[in-house]
Write a protein that binds this ligand. Structure first.
Ligand SMILES: [Zn+2]
Length: 297
């Protein structure tokens, strides 16, 4: 457990992400209370929280926010999460088209899970997914995204309660039994975001990097062209944070830290992502100065 909170939190999800339930304002309020230097609300796949972020930031002028998004993309090792900082506030058509592609991807992914479950003899319908989504996401987000896939923990509980599986352990194995919806390709998506000024980093990279496999780190850096690494995150064993930081320094990459919060734990009846706590990570303050320097360019 980390004792003190960090000076910033550059990895956050509001209920505009399919698997999160925190209101945007929660992050601004907490950031203001804790006097954080900056936050980045990095939804999955779109910047649909941006109007909320801009409106809320007027109420909290002391909180600096960095426009951001988290994109999951397909590459040679499978799919991985890339955090993009310094996104444009006016979303260019080219990027809006990508976001729309991902909104469709989320509906397709949800539908494929229902079809897959039905092929195994379980009556998991579109309507069931909608009921589950309504448990933790406000209507305006469902209106915008449609009936997407569902947060894993909530879906798992539903599968157990419906008798589709007997234990949480069986949940992962279910998904090996039917085809998954492939994510869009990194080589097509990332250059567009970069072209419009985004600083792209690889998120919580411990599994992607096989912990500390430098050959693999070099190969992924070459393939994906990321400019930074999320070196501090609760999925990263604390002894690896300095290792990733050293790698960043050696290769002139920036370093970042984030909590990956998905919920306000004082108002989280569905118990979503309880392992993450706002502003809890061991990233250093000077990393943020380096990010600000790059964002100026
Ligand atoms: Zn995330």
């Amino acid at each position: 457990m980390i004792e003190n909170h960090a000076a910033y939190d550059l990895h956050l999800h509001s209920y505009w992400s399919y698997d999160a339930c925190a209101p945007v304002e929660y992050y601004f309020r907490k950031a203001s209370e804790l006097k954080l230097r900056a936050i980045a609300i990095s939804e999955h796949f779109t910047m649909d929280s941006l109007p909320d972020i801009i409106a809320t930031s007027r109420k909290y002028p002391d909180v600096r926010f960095i426009p951001a998004v988290e994109m999951t993309v397909r590459c040679s090792i499978g799919s991985l999460d890339m955090l993009c900082l310094g996104m444009p506030l006016e979303i260019p058509t080219e990027i809006e088209e990508i976001f729309e592609e991902y909104r469709q991807w989320q509906r397709d992914c949800g539908k494929a899970i229902s079809i897959g479950m039905q092929s195994l003899g379980f009556d998991y319908t579109e309507k069931d997914r909608l009921e589950l989504l309504k448990k933790y996401r406000p209507a305006k987000t469902i209106e915008k995204h449609g009936i997407t896939h569902v947060q894993n923990g909530i879906q798992r509980t539903h599968f157990i309660n419906s008798g589709y599986i007997k234990s949480p352990e069986e949940y992962g194995k279910l998904f090996e039994k039917f085809p998954r919806t492939p994510y869009p390709d990194a080589e097509r998506i990332l250059p567009v975001l970069k072209h419009h000024g985004a600083l792209v980093m690889i998120a919580h990279p411990t599994n992607y990097f096989n912990k500390n496999d430098i050959k693999r780190m070099d190969a992924l850096r070459e393939e994906l062209g990321f400019e930074g690494i999320e070196c501090a995150h609760d999925l990263i064993p604390q002894e690896l944070t300095p290792f990733y930081r050293d790698y960043c320094v050696r290769h002139k990459l920036f370093s970042s830290g984030g909590s990956d919060s998905h919920a306000d734990h004082s108002d989280n009846p569905c118990r979503i992502a309880t392992q993450h706590e706002f502003a809890r990570h061991i990233g250093e303050g000077k990393w943020l100065d380096e990010i600000f320097e790059r964002l100026k360019k």
